[in-house]
Design a protein around this ligand. Structure first.
Ligand code: CA
Ligand code: CA
Ligand code: CA
Length: 496
């Protein structure tokens, strides 16, 4: 951590007294911020076709695709990363094996990366609903799972962090029922009746996997990682059941951050959303491009146009080149391919899309934002490649940013501070290890630590746990176990 420039300087008693009395750092106009963090999302295609296969593949360090995924992560070395499509197992063994055998082993000259903290939780994919959800006359996986999947846990996700995850304040929304969202876009048949029967809707979760709010302690400032993986808005018919679910899965976070979530209950029964001054970063594959692909209209714009959100607009040099080389549907696309994050079939469609996002709260300073997509002449192109892909059909997306340490501006687009990212294709695809000289000085001297989840939700066991009572802490732990989260702390801690 950089020291505040004044902290080490000799000063007159009067000046020192002023510093001690005021929380404001030397740059009076600049609000205090955290150190710059690199935060990433990566749909790494670490799902497998059979239960247990990922564990088998990760048990030894010789799985080429897993090694490629690990090297991709090492090339960026994010402080916090969400990995989508990572099969869940209740003991968290895959989470540990990927750390031990892949992330913590250098690949092709890339430095190992150590994440002392991780979280993975149960998902709805591959959990057989018992109803014929797709209307094909049979009740079977993968189509009739509460989320599309061949076995329980397929297409799960994991969050790795170099900073502590505040485990007693995690909230998950795996079980929130779709029908309980006011104005839910529940699909209907051509005659106007519900596509799903009342018995199915009585148990139908909105989240196709889970939605998880993981508060992370960044040197005393809480940043809520909001992780999800809404269902693809495809593989349906005129009823648009997947398009509408995708829209509402995205809406869950849009409401959660904008003080519109009074209806929303988490898996521990706690109602409500984030305080409007909380720091957050929405991460994941949201299966929705702003202008192209199969989305229900406006799906991802619920987040991109929210006054609470900064669109970091990550860019790559290779996206436009690949769109041109691959042709097909890409030629008709409206979203600038500089923002594409997924390389999908182009003939006839959908073509390459922008669907993976890193979206912090308004007031966050964004220093740089990139899609890891090397050009074909770059040696690292071997990590992204062309179909059939050596690693994934998605690209790792990252942004380097500083969060406000005081309260973030709430719902004020004038001070929301979307920091435009100039598309500068000639810069390297990996973040610089140190903040650039013109970024704001570390303001740790003036920090006001935030407390999450205070006051607004009386039933919150996390808030009870914060009282320090061991009995109440155990209650919060029990609630967490009920939610089934696998908490995977490590004793070692390495920072960047
Ligand atoms: Ca069926
Ligand atoms: Ca393509
Ligand atoms: Ca595109």
């Amino acid at each position: 951590m950089m020291k505040h420039p004044l902290a080490a300087a000799a000063c007159l008693p009067l000046a020192c007294g002023l510093i001690a009395a005021s929380p404001a750092p030397a740059h009076a106009a600049a609000p205090p911020t955290t150190d710059a963090l690199t935060i990433a999302t990566f749909n790494a295609s670490l799902n497998r076709t059979a239960e247990g296969q990922l564990l088998a593949d990760l048990a030894a360090p010789d799985n080429e695709q897993a090694a490629n995924a690990a090297e991709t992560i090492q090339r960026v070395s994010p402080d916090i990363i969400l990995i989508n499509e990572f099969d869940y197992d209740p003991q968290g063994r895959a989470v540990d094996l990927f750390r031990t055998n892949y992330l913590e082993v250098g690949h092709n000259g890339a430095d190992p990366v150590v994440y002392p903290y991780a979280w993975a939780g149960p998902v709805n994919t591959g959990s057989l609903s018992g109803f014929d959800l797709n209307g094909d006359g049979k009740i079977a996986l993968p189509d009739d799972g509460w989320g599309f999947g061949a076995f329980p846990g397929q297409y799960g996700f994991v969050v790795y962090s170099k900073y502590p995850i505040k485990t007693d304040e995690i909230r998950t929304f795996q079980n929130f029922l779709w029908k309980d969202m006011p104005g839910a876009l529940l699909p209907t048949k051509e005659d106007g009746t519900s596509w799903y029967g009342d018995d199915a809707l009585a148990a139908f979760p909105l989240s196709s996997k889970t939605h998880a709010d993981l508060p992370i302690d960044v040197d005393g400032t809480t940043v809520h990682v909001l992780a999800a993986h809404p269902t693809p808005p495809s593989f349906d018919g005129p009823e648009q059941r997947n398009k509408k679910r995708n829209f509402d899965e995205i809406r869950l976070w849009a409401d959660y951050i904008a003080d519109r979530a009074d209806y929303l209950y988490d898996d521990a029964g706690v109602v409500g959303g984030l305080p409007v001054d909380a720091n957050f970063v929405i991460l994941g594959d949201y299966n929705s491009d702003p202008l192209d692909g199969d989305s229900y209209p406006g799906a991802i714009d619920q987040l991109l146009t929210s006054p609470r959100v900064v669109d970091t607009l990550p860019v790559s040099k290779a996206g436009p080149i690949e769109a041109r080389l691959q042709g097909g549907a890409n030629a008709q696309h409206l979203t600038d391919p500089i923002y594409d994050t997924g390389d999908f079939g182009d003939d006839p469609r959908p073509g390459n899309l922008r669907i993976d996002y890193v979206l912090p709260n308004a007031g966050t300073q964004v220093n740089e934002a990139r899609v890891f997509w090397p050009t074909r002449e770059d040696p690292l192109f071997r990590l992204t490649g062309v179909h059939p892909f050596p690693t994934s059909d998605h690209r790792l997306v990252w942004a380097r940013m500083r969060f406000p340490t005081a309260a973030a501006p709430a719902d004020d687009p004038q001070t929301g501070g979307s920091q435009p990212i100039a598309p500068v294709p000639d810069q390297p695809e990996a973040p610089s290890p140190q903040p650039s000289p013109d970024t704001p000085a570390d303001a740790s001297q003036g920090r006001t630590p935030q407390t999450a989840h205070k006051g607004s939700r009386g039933k919150n066991p996390s808030a009870l746990a914060a009282t320090g009572s061991s009995a109440l802490t155990a209650l919060a732990g029990a609630a967490l176990l009920a939610a089934g989260g696998a908490l995977l702390p490590r004793t070692r801690r390495s920072r960047r």
